[in-house]
Unconditional design. Structure first.
Length: 130
């Protein structure tokens, strides 16, 4: 047990948060790929939209994780964000042989904070109603 939350419940909440995060990112990526393919829109013109969608997806993932557990939302949201960052780092390092640069580190820290904030909100919205 960690602070009143069983390890199983902790892992389950983080897992749900990651599933929601990656589902949103995958769905939006699919839509954006069609936009890029069938219009004259360029990838660079969508960069801020992609960043905003990533922040929203991580907020929702943290929200789901915090709401699923019903307590310790900041920790579960933050751990959901940390798990997301770890997965992206592994893909980037193992798949492309690149580490995060300073700009990426700052973005990923902000992603973790956003997920933690989503977890706080999730506990207070979903956790009390569940």
């Amino acid at each position: 047990m960690m602070g009143g939350i069983s390890l199983r419940r902790l892992a389950q909440a983080i897992g749900y948060g990651l599933i929601f995060t990656f589902a949103i990112i995958l769905a939006v990526s699919f839509i954006l790929s069609f936009i890029l393919h069938f219009t004259s829109v360029t990838e660079s013109s969508l960069s801020w939209i992609i960043i905003a969608i990533t922040f929203a997806a991580l907020f929702i993932g943290g929200f789901v994780a915090g709401g699923k557990a019903g307590e310790s939302g900041w920790m579960l949201g933050g751990m959901t964000g940390l798990a997301y960052v770890a997965i992206i780092l592994m893909i980037q390092f193992l798949g492309f042989d690149m580490m995060f640069d300073v700009k990426q580190v700052l973005f990923h820290l902000a992603y973790m904070l956003t997920a933690a904030f989503g977890g706080i909100i999730g506990v207070n919205v979903i956790g009390k109603n569940a």
